[in-house]
Design a protein around this ligand. Structure first.
Ligand SMILES: Nc1ncnc2c1ncn2[C@@H]1O[C@H](COP(=O)(O)OP(=O)(O)OP(=O)(O)O)[C@@H](O)[C@H]1O
Ligand SMILES: [Mg+2]
Length: 332
């Protein structure tokens, strides 16, 4: 298998609060490859967004990356450990945009309402590339055209509120691609959109990936989106990946009881309308009160006993697959 573009190992991002330490990301591992999509899936609060912000160096206070490595292979061919760079350093600013870019869930919150989309894209371009204002504008029109904004030379002078949700998300993607990054992180990019627009945006991401060899980290809580979009998947539970591997293998033979439970929650065409979706018993614990042993053990229907409740399962596996569960070995 090819070398990963991005390799995250043992990442820990914690928030020190007066109420205690919130271990939002705690010993997270994953790899991202050129031209492939890594789907990151898990319930609300499991640390997906904090993991994305850690990679981009935009963790909010009082959060901080306190351990692990974020190894990035750059355009220039160097390998950098982003976890060792201060978030506000010039070196990190040179990563955000030209190497790794982010698309958020809610584009309205990411745009300024007072500037045209053209102003905002050309700003993003001129921050990193030495282009004249007119050359940057021409590049912005090209980008808008590439992401399927109709009449780009007219719409470039519109304000964000004049665009539909789907068009705003396209503009957001254009802005993310302005400096030609190799890795795009899309954090729930379609959750705020209706089903048809959602499908169009996912199609666009696939098309851009095919054209440019983009590596995509697609964050979602929806296993259906994973099935459709991802090549590889990392299933997160309470700050760490409990199972990773190629999507086809994981859908064919999910190894972790949590992955199996998530898969059972996908509605299928066979399911009768209005039948209840099987849900996972219990609720996700707070990351400040991580259960002992396997963090999933209090909710697990296949728990083996004290070993699961007392010992943290190590990651075991072969090749691209790995699972943290004593059902598959690794017991002390
Ligand atoms: N600024 C912050 N201060 C304190 N805790 C935070 C902060 N940001 C996130 N957290 C905590 O970190 C944990 C992980 O949050 P995160 O936003 O990464 O979850 P998520 O998997 O993206 O969830 P969702 O699916 O709802 O977007 C949560 O328990 C959250 O409360
Ligand atoms: Mg999130």
């Amino acid at each position: 298998m090819a070398e990963p573009l991005l390799s995250v190992r043992g990442l820990r991002t914690h928030f020190e609060t007066p109420e205690g330490t919130i271990r939002a990301v705690d010993d997270l591992d994953f790899d991202v490859f050129e031209g492939r999509t890594l789907g990151v899936v898990g319930e609300s609060g499991c640390g997906k967004s904090v993991a994305a912000r850690s990679v981009l160096g935009i963790v909010e206070k009082p959060g901080r990356v306190v351990g692990g490595r974020i190894l990035l292979r750059t355009h220039a061919g160097d390998t950098l450990d982003l976890a060792a760079l201060p978030q506000d350093s010039a070196a990190y600013r040179a990563i955000r945009g030209p190497e790794i870019a982010l698309v958020f869930q809610e584009p309205m919150a990411s745009f300024s309402q007072y500037y045209t989309i053209g102003n905002q894209i050309t700003e993003a371009i001129r921050l990193h590339l030495r282009l004249s204002r007119s050359a940057a504008r021409a590049r912005a029109i090209e980008l808008l055209d590439m992401v399927g904004v109709p009449q780009p030379s007219r719409r470039i002078d519109e304000y964000p509120f004049q665009l539909s949700g789907g068009l705003r998300q396209r503009v957001m993607i254009a802005m993310a691609l302005a400096c030609d990054p190799r890795i795009l992180i899309a954090d729930e990019p379609t959750t705020a959109l209706d089903v048809t627009t959602q499908a169009q945006i996912l199609d666009l991401l696939r098309e851009l990936q095919a054209k440019r060899g983009l590596a995509i980290i697609l964050i979602t809580h929806d296993m259906g989106v994973i099935a459709e979009m991802a090549h590889d998947v990392a299933v997160m539970y309470l700050g760490r990946a409990v199972e990773t591997g190629p999507v086809a293998d994981i859908f064919a033979a999910p190894a972790h009881p949590y992955t199996r439970a998530l898969l059972r929650s996908i509605p299928t065409v066979l399911a009768k309308p209005r039948t209840h979706l099987p849900t996972i018993a219990g609720s996700i614990p707070m990351p400040s009160a991580r259960p002992a042993g396997c963090a999933f053990s209090p909710r697990c229907s296949e728990v083996l006993g004290d070993v699961c409740r007392q010992t943290e399962p190590p990651a075991i596996g072969e090749g691209a697959r790995s699972v943290r569960c004593f059902l598959h070995g690794g017991a002390p």
